[in-house]
Design a protein around this ligand. Structure first.
Ligand SMILES: Nc1nc2c(c(=O)[nH]1)N(C=O)[C@@H](CNc1ccc(C(=O)N[C@@H](CCC(=O)O)C(=O)O)cc1)CN2
Ligand SMILES: Nc1nc2c(ncn2[C@@H]2O[C@H](COP(=O)(O)OP(=O)(O)OP(=O)(O)O)[C@@H](O)[C@H]2O)c(=O)[nH]1
Ligand SMILES: [Mg+2]
Length: 415
């Protein structure tokens, strides 16, 4: 295994920047720059390359088996200027046996050395990308091994069913007829129920990862764009007294009380007077239908449809319980209502967060459902074994290679 290095902090001005090394040569290379260092410890050292002083740095060393990657690791905590980091990276790049790390390579080594399981790696990727509180919490749960715990429990249930079946197969010749199938079926049913619940949570977890969509809809001129601008805190959309101003769907990402939300401003709904407006209205209807929630601005009392909040517009003094994009009246209350509606769905989330998890659990369910009514014990056993395999793939115990590329594609260099 070669020794890799990279800046672990974003390039640019910062108080402190970290450059990391991982691999068999990490300590000896660090010692050649910093002088004597403990195998596992830290020291403040002057980094010297020939007669060039690079920086005075805090150097952290981690022994094999006691580091993030599981390999010998060295961290240089440098003064955070781009020039200092560049100088050290240049020197490291010129040392034989050292090379710049690829995106996610430190984490890949942690996975290969069993320091993290596959779900934890996915959690880590999400944690690094987290922008809102809901994203941070969700990612941290997976990163902290929540999936591993579940997989262990599911695995034990399946193995127990398998043991019962195999016992029957082994003693098939003996004439004590024991029907283990009711107990097997009971265990399988419980497992199916748990997996189905997890599958149901994936759609919401995906929303937390990518953001909920909330569409502002309503008649032309009702004040949708003005309200969007108020919520965004900037002039994201053009507003005017002319009905039919907005045509394209305008998206603004925001953090609503910790929830990631993409707010959509849309074209006012009416019989279009021209072709461009008609196309805009078509887009509005399409995107509105896909949105997680529609906020419909109205000028008088109206009934709310499914997945819709109806709000009275242009209530400038807030006296009628509505909202005003112009004065800001009622905006906090509207945000509360939106967050309430979306947050209500979060309770469905379990430990499964991604399409990969869903498809693995779907595979497990497919095999478990084939158990019902199956009289051939060998086939029952095989189906349960295949279900265990699908469950194992959730944490990367099997079939890891197929998915690694996709997962690490989202990592940045230095992680
Ligand atoms: N400076 C620094 N901060 C960091 C990281 C890092 O790699 N370096 N991390 C990177 O993601 C995160 C922390 N995760 C880490 C996980 C394990 C080990 C580690 O070396 N564990 C050893 C014990 C080391 C010790 O206590 O001396 C072990 O588990 O045996 C380090 C960081 C966030 N902050
Ligand atoms: N008094 C008052 N006027 C508003 C309010 N919101 C918008 N307006 C005015 O109503 C007109 C239309 O506002 P827009 O925000 O462009 O309306 P819209 O719903 O986006 O309209 P379209 O894009 O044409 O569908 C503008 O003249 C705004 O200044 C409000 O809360 N109170
Ligand atoms: Mg508009």
């Amino acid at each position: 295994m070669d020794t890799i290095f990279a800046s672990a902090t974003a390039p640019g001005r910062a108080g402190v920047a970290i450059v990391r090394l991982s691999g068999p040569e990490a300590l000896s290379v660090a010692q050649s720059l910093a002088g004597d260092l403990p195998e596992h410890g830290r020291g403040l050292r002057r980094l010297v390359d020939g007669d060039d002083v690079l920086d005075e740095a805090l150097v952290l060393t981690f022994a094999a088996g006691r580091s993030f990657t599981g390999e010998p690791v060295v961290e240089f905590h440098l003064h955070g200027s781009p020039a200092v980091v560049a100088a050290l990276l240049r020197v490291l790049g010129s040392r034989p046996g050292l090379r710049m790390a690829e995106a996610g390579e430190f984490t890949r080594r942690a996975l290969e050395n069993g320091r993290l399981d596959l779900a934890e790696v996915e959690g880590l990727a999400d944690l690094i990308d987290a922008e809102t509180e809901a994203q941070r919490r969700q990612a941290l749960r997976v990163f902290s091994g929540a999936m591993g715990g579940k997989v262990e429990a599911w695995r034990r249930m399946a193995i127990r069913a398998l043991a019962l079946i195999e016992a029957t197969i082994d003693f098939a010749d003996e004439d004590v007829p024991v029907n283990v199938m009711p107990e097997v079926q009971q265990t399988v049913d419980r497992l199916v129920e748990e997996l189905e619940r997890e599958v149901a949570g994936v759609a919401v977890a995906e929303r937390v990862r990518s953001g909920f969509e909330v569409a502002l809809i309503g008649a032309p001129n009702v004040g949708k764009s003005t309200l969007l601008n108020r919520l965004a805190g900037r002039e994201a959309a053009i507003t005017s007294t002319i009905a039919g101003t907005t045509r394209d769907v305008i998206e603004v990402r925001m953090d609503l009380r910790g929830l990631p939300v993409t707010l959509l401003d849309t074209a006012g709904l009416r019989e279009a007077t021209d072709e461009i407006e008609r196309l805009g209205i078509e887009r509005t209807l399409e995107r509105g239908k896909l949105a997680d929630l529609r906020v419909r601005l109205v000028e008088g009392p109206e009934e709310a449809g499914d997945g819709e909040l109806v709000v009275l517009a242009k209530d400038d003094d807030g006296s009628r319980g509505g909202v005003s994009g112009r004065t800001g009246a009622g905006v906090d209350r509207l945000v509360d209502a939106v967050v309430d509606r979306l947050a209500g769905r979060l309770s469905a989330i379990g430990v499964a967060m991604r399409e990969r998890h869903r498809s693995a659990m779907d595979r497990a369910l497919h095999h478990l459902c084939a158990v019902k009514g199956q009289a051939e014990m060998e086939i029952v056993a095989e189906e349960v074994r295949l279900a265990v395999r699908a469950i194992d793939s959730l944490v990367g115990r099997v079939d890891v290679e197929d998915v690694l590329g996709e997962i690490f594609a989202s990592f940045c260099i230095g992680k």
